[in-house]
Write a protein that binds this ligand. Sequence first.
Ligand code: HEC
Ligand code: HEC
Ligand code: HEC
Ligand code: HEC
Ligand code: HEC
Length: 367
Amino acid sequence: MRFFFIFLLFTISIFSKYLDNHSCSECHEKIYNEYQSSMHSKSYFTDELHRKVANKADAKKYDCAVCHMPAADNLQDLVTGRARPDKNNVTQTDGVSCYYCHTIAYVKKAHYHNINVLAKQNANKPTFYGGLKNAEDSDKHYSLKNPIYAKNACIGCHSFKLNDNNVTIFKATAKNQDSLGCIKCHMPKVAGGVEKMNKRNRKMHLSHRFLGIHDADFRKKGVDINATAAGKVLKVTLINKMPHPLIIQPARAKFLKIEVLRDGKTVWQNYKNSPKEDKRAYFAYSFIKDGKEIIVPSDATAGFVHNLGAKEVKTLTYNIPVLKKGDKIKISLYVQLAKSDCTKAITLKDKLLLKPQLIKNVTIEVN
Ligand code: HEC
Ligand code: HEC
Ligand code: HEC
Ligand code: HEC
Ligand code: HEC
């Protein structure tokens, strides 16, 4: 009996370590609701694009888990193929979880991708890193300001990734780039206290919506488009205002559609059928294996990316028909969350993933 009791205590103290996302909503309701609408709350089970690519990449091993399901209590088993994702395990369905992010102590630079190192936790009450020096502890957790946390919070997963053949799958940050900038743009201050008691009457908190390319208003802010036209020459300048490349996800394509409109009709366009025809204005990754183009990059032996680098300014020049007064030139930047080529490898139910979505457009009028 005594043995049984000790065993029980031991298991409870292990399992009480992880506080799931939903448990935070009791006190951090606003932050929880924001987070629920973010891509971080998505997991293998709820992100169709990710799940289909992952299953295609490897039907046994789920090594994507280190970034996509990092809080899993059986991470090693998932990564090595001894276990498959289980939708009844909350440490898996939580995705990039509150608990996980708030316990990152530092980031180890590594070859294939960086590695988050989590702070060792008190078995019964975890310590969460935040920004406030003297944040109160709650009855559920301790709080601590750790500047290393804010400097590294995004770098463990978002920096870069190579496959086993040393081919770059994505690269978003420069060598010594920290995450203070990422937090400024992607977690702006918004109205409302940090938790419901709000004893210190805090008026603002950092948004946990983690807005990105999925949000129609936010995605307008990444790139400026300037254009000038004279006679039959059109110059289009793209200005990347972001400290990361335009393309940092190999499933995506971002491209320009340029139309010259006369009396409401299109008299010229930069491509006929597919935006890929205008190579200079089609931004995407492509991967090669055995001399052939492949879609899922996990076993690629070579990779290329046509990109707009961090803060890069690029001018594209086009020969267009001689302009007349009243002509309009419409320049639109689009994103395909899953580029058309993806359909060669996977079938997607959510058609919005393939449909080009407007990032922004400008129209100039000839007078
Ligand atoms: C080093 C960390 C890391 C690893 C390992 C990783 N990913 Fe990702 N993945 C990310 C990050 C960060 C994003 C978000 C990037 C973005 O939106 O540009 C992402 C986004 C994606 C997306 C886009 C999801 C969407 O809905 O828009 C797909 C698809 C994807 N990953 C597939 C995979 C697959 C398949 C694997 C395993 C073979 C994998 N990833 C392994 C970090 C990683
Ligand atoms: C029982 C209520 C309660 C629960 C549940 C709770 N917290 Fe807290 N949390 C607080 C209080 C109170 C503070 C202190 C706020 C302050 O001092 O202004 C706090 C502070 C924090 C801070 C530090 C804030 C800062 O500005 O530095 C973080 C990070 C945090 N909580 C994360 C979490 C996460 C993640 C969860 C869920 C796993 C969670 N909390 C669950 C009550 C709670
Ligand atoms: C544990 C790994 C991990 C950490 C740490 C992390 N992310 Fe992510 N992030 C991801 C993954 C994985 C995705 C894609 C999820 C999906 O689509 O299923 C993602 C998606 C995003 C997106 C959504 C982009 C879009 O497609 O709209 C943004 C923005 C983002 N992360 C910003 C951040 C910021 C800012 C930080 C640091 C505060 C951060 N992330 C920390 C793994 C991580
Ligand atoms: C100056 C503001 C700014 C900063 C700083 C910034 N971003 Fe972004 N980021 C954006 C905007 C705007 C978008 C959406 C537009 C786009 O992707 O074309 C974006 C898009 C993204 C995406 C989604 C891209 C995709 O196609 O799926 C991820 C992931 C991301 N950022 C991560 C980061 C990380 C990590 C950092 C820090 C190294 C960072 N961002 C710093 C403004 C910023
Ligand atoms: C992708 C990583 C990530 C995830 C996931 C995440 N947070 Fe945060 N959180 C941060 C960062 C970064 C900060 C800012 C820290 C700073 O100010 O230095 C922050 C700040 C906070 C704060 C303090 C807010 C403020 O304005 O000072 C609280 C409370 C908090 N998070 C709770 C949560 C809860 C609850 C969840 C889940 C519902 C969650 N976080 C999910 C990265 C994350």
